[in-house]
Design a protein around this ligand. Structure first.
Ligand code: ADP
Ligand code: 5GP
Length: 203
């Protein structure tokens, strides 16, 4: 059995990390893909937990060596998903969850589209996004303003996603996320369909 990929995108501050954390005991065995980034760690972030924090130079060497399934420049920093751990988790039949931006989603779809289910997560309004980013106390006003600008651009791509989750009341958003994670596991990849038919007909 091979695994499946669930891609989550949405503005920084939409609540993606909060939702995954709250749902983590209810979606079966999964592997959260830890991205590499050239941005500096925020207070409280730990190497290897939220991200692998690397310099711009190390990231660029990774690009040259073909280490990334996808990568993108977001808010002036590199972010990317390493191929090897994703392959390992997929081979082990796990649900692999990515928290990546819209550019990365399109690139990943080109390479592994048949395994991917996608959901766009967003807060109920731009004003609420601003409030959450401000209350999170992790970013300067300049960084917040850049993230809001980016959010207005990213939301235009919402139609490319399979599901939309509006994160208004957290409990409801978590319920929706659990349904989407279950749907991702049930999605039949191209090659899996053929294997299933052959096994079914010969049993
Ligand atoms: P992301 O991972 O998408 O960048 P976070 O999970 O860090 O977003 O959430 C951004 C901020 O909003 C955090 O301070 C979090 O506690 C808060 N938050 C998340 N979901 C909700 C919600 N439904 N209502 C109010 N605040 C929320
Ligand atoms: P943050 O700096 O708030 O942690 O993340 C900023 C943005 O980068 C978010 O939209 C997040 O989804 C995106 N991001 C995080 N990891 C990756 C990755 O590996 N690839 C891509 N393309 N985007 C990522």
């Amino acid at each position: 059995m091979s695994g499946a990929i669930l891609i989550l995108s949405g503005p920084s501050g939409a609540g993606k990390s909060t939702i995954i954390k709250e749902a983590s005991t209810r979606i079966g065995e999964f592997y959260f893909s830890i991205s590499s980034t050239s941005r500096a760690p925020r207070e409280g972030e730990k190497e290897g937990r939220e991200y692998h924090f690397v310099t711009k130079e190390v990231f660029e060497r990774g690009i040259e060596a073909g280490e990334f399934l996808e990568y993108a420049m977001v808010h002036g920093n590199y972010y990317g998903t390493s191929l090897t751990p994703v392959h390992t988790a997929l081979k082990a039949g796990k649900l692999v969850i990515f928290d990546i931006d819209v550019q990365g989603f399109h690139l990943a779809k080109e390479r592994m589209g048949d395994l991917i289910t996608s959901a766009f997560i967003l807060p109920p309004s731009l004003g609420e996004l601003d409030r959450r980013l401000t209350d999170r106390l992790t970013d300067s006003p300049e960084v917040i303003s850049q993230r809001l600008k980016n959010a207005k651009r990213e939301i235009l791509e919402i139609g490319a996603y399979d599901f939309v989750i509006v994160n208004d009341e957290i409990g409801e958003a978590v319920e929706k996320f659990v349904s989407v994670a279950n749907a991702a596991r049930l999605k039949l990849g191209d090659s899996e369909g053929e294997e299933f038919v052959n096994a079914w007909l010969s049993s």
